[in-house]
Design a protein around this ligand. Structure first.
Ligand SMILES: [Zn+2]
Ligand SMILES: [Zn+2]
Length: 635
């Protein structure tokens, strides 16, 4: 037989999805010899020997049989001269490579096979063990410190594989090419991996001899109307019964200023809500996908039969998600098939704590008990939130299950890298890498120092994963609002990297992202309608509802809502009642507006009640139509 040697480079999502073991086994099936090598962002490289017919068939089969969550962007094949005959087939140690993309997937919900292992009493190492994972499931983005993706560069490094567990040790599962965990990086078992412990509100560990005891006690806390903090994959949740209005009110009071905020609900399966909520085929598909986002579902009829109205007061929809980590499944096993509130375990406006000490500190007045594990979380991610509209997914909050995926730009970009720092509220930063945009996870309102630090950390983590060198960063972009902390951060970065800073008008930025998402080509123009709170316009006023005629290069404002005074400036964007009062004063005049305020008891909607309303009226009177001179911005 005439032996050929091929070098095959594959890029795409090819790490952490069982791709190397898949390639190894496929090559073995075709009786090829050689090596499989992980090259970080440069993807996977194979050097394989065999007949050209077999090699070609092998390459065809890669495309057909690839693991479900993997994504192949490109397969580059070239024949190379190789002096020797290769006798064996092996997976070689990873190399550090650079490429234009990320080969790492988002965090992946526990797969059905692992769920079976977790519920199998004949497998003591996995039975009721919440951290069961395999080559195609488990945490990824939240655990990886650096690429290439190997256990030593994840937070699982501190849990070396066991060598003794029965019926098979973790090291032997890892080394056996017939095993689902062959070359899986983040799995562990009850003998070698992380563990949960239950603590009371004063950080005292509740004594227990087994995970079953811990889960039984945790279930009691929840079933009796308590609030349990549960550390998961990318952070911590506050969990309680979604059927119990009193405990939900308790969370609202403890969280403060959260009178009507809707809470997400986790359900063990969709059967539980099928009669009360509309679930389309698309919604069913996305809510059950490996991404496991929170999906906003429309109410069908009286939901009080299954969950408290207090979960999402006054809203037509409720956000639901299915369990995605082992602990979620196990809690349902012990609590029963009941809907549970799973809301982010954080104090208002401050990012979730991810270290156990910090979790205690932040949630000491919020949670009654703490169910925490000892596996470090490297990157904090919130649950993603989306709704399906017109059979298309509309992301409301893009985080777990989506980061670090990129958004492709529909045109060529020669710039190797750039950084965008985002706006002020509901912020996301982003990194440009040629024509790919890598948004960070959802960060939140960067008006607090902790959230601002989170933004910086998330941007630089992405930069590190993408192996972007400092001199590859060619510009920084930020919001046009001079007072945003992200604008100041943009200035800092532009000085640090010695590159230009571009200020982008807020509403134009919205239009640009719409264009990229909808594949608008270079040279095309769109008319966009962007109705959004606070955006600093080029005329120095705060823009609100805008109709823009845009291309990727420029925009023209062709329509907008009338300017209105914002008494108290940006406070109006945070407290819509202030904006309403400003508009009413402007439109009706002081006398008529005041009458309306009295009749409607308007002060109740203001944070400081009557006092705030009186002050607003005074400020308005004094301004006497010259708002600018009196420091009242227009919107
Ligand atoms: Zn699995
Ligand atoms: Zn083990």
């Amino acid at each position: 037989m005439d032996l050929k040697t091929y070098q095959i480079d594959i890029t795409g999502i090819v790490m952490g999805v069982g791709f190397r073991p898949f390639l190894f086994n496929l090559a073995r099936k075709h009786q090829l010899t050689g090596k499989v090598l992980n090259r970080g962002n440069a993807g996977v490289r194979l050097v394989l020997q065999g007949s050209d017919k077999t090699l070609d068939k092998f390459i065809e089969d890669i495309k057909i049989e690839k693991p479900p969550i993997s994504y192949i962007e490109n397969i580059n094949v070239k024949e190379i001269e190789y002096g020797n005959i290769i006798e064996t087939l092996s997976i070689e140690k990873s190399e550090d490579g650079r490429g234009v993309s990320l080969t790492l997937p988002p965090d992946i919900a526990m797969c059905d096979d692992c769920l079976k292992d977790m519920r199998d009493p004949s497998l003591p190492k996995y039975y009721n063990y919440p951290f069961v994972a395999c080559a195609v499931c488990g945490p990824r983005y939240t655990t990886v410190k650096e690429l290439p993706y190997d256990r030593e560069r994840t937070t699982m490094k501190i849990f070396p594989f066991c060598t003794e567990a029965k019926p098979k040790s973790c090291i032997s599962e890892y080394s056996d090419f017939n095993n689902r965990r062959f070359h899986a990086q983040t799995f562990a078992c009850s003998e070698c991996g992380p563990h949960y412990q239950l603590y009371d509100n004063s950080k005292i560990q509740i004594k227990s001899n087994s995970i079953e005891e811990i889960l039984t006690k945790s279930a009691q806390v929840i079933n009796k109307g308590g609030i349990l903090a549960v550390k998961g994959i990318g952070g911590v949740h506050l969990v309680c019964l979604a059927t119990d209005s009193d405990v939900i009110s308790k969370i609202r009071i403890r969280k403060g200023k959260r009178k009507n905020k809707p809470f997400a609900v986790m359900i063990p399966n969709l059967d539980l809500i099928e009669d009360h909520f509309l679930i389309s085929h698309k919604e069913r598909e996305i809510i059950s996908s490996f991404r496991r986002p929170i999906v906003l579902l429309e109410k069908r009829r009286n939901i009080a039969e299954i969950i408290s109205e207090n979960v999402a007061p006054g809203l037509n929809n409720v956000g639901f998600m299915l369990p995605y980590s082992g602990i979620h499944h196990l809690l349902f096993d012990f609590i029963g098939s009941k809907p549970l509130v799973y809301t982010s375990g954080n104090k208002s406006y401050i990012p979730m704590a991810i270290e156990n000490d910090e979790i205690f500190k932040q949630l000491e007045n919020l949670a009654d008990y703490f169910l925490l594990h000892d596996r470090p979380i490297y990157q904090r991610v919130d649950d993603s939130v989306l709704r399906v509209h017109d059979n298309k997914v509309k992301l409301v909050r893009r985080s777990r299950g989506y980061v670090p995926e990129y958004i492709p730009l529909p045109f060529k970009v020669d710039i190797p890298a750039a950084i965008a720092t985002g706006p002020l509220l509901s912020t996301t930063g982003a990194i440009l890498r040629y024509n790919r945009i890598f948004p960070t996870q959802h960060i939140g309102n960067v008006t607090h120092l902790e959230t601002y630090e989170f933004l910086k950390d998330a941007i630089f983590h992405l930069k590190r994963l993408l192996k972007i060198k400092d001199d590859e960063i060619k510009y920084i972009s930020c919001d046009a609002h001079p007072e945003f902390i992200t604008t100041k951060y943009g200035k800092e970065l532009s000085e640090d990297f010695n590159v230009p800073l571009y200020y982008v008008a807020h509403h134009y930025a919205h239009s640009l992202s719409l264009m990229a998402e909808n594949n608008v080509q270079q040279g095309e123009r769109i008319i966009s309608i962007t109705t959004d709170g606070v955006g600093y316009g080029p005329d120095g006023n705060i823009w609100g509802g805008e109709i823009l005629n845009c291309s990727y290069q420029d925009f023209e404002r062709i329509g907008s809502l009338d300017y209105q005074p914002m008494i108290g400036g940006d406070r109006c964007t945070k407290y819509p009642a202030r904006m309403a009062a400003s508009i009413l004063l402007n439109a009706l005049g002081v006398e008529d507006a005041s009458e309306l305020f009295t009749k409607s008891k308007f002060y109740r909607d203001l944070e400081y009640g009557k006092k705030e309303l009186t002050t607003m009226i005074e400020v308005f009177k004094k301004a006497k139509d010259d708002y600018k001179r009196n420091h009242i911005p227009l919107t």
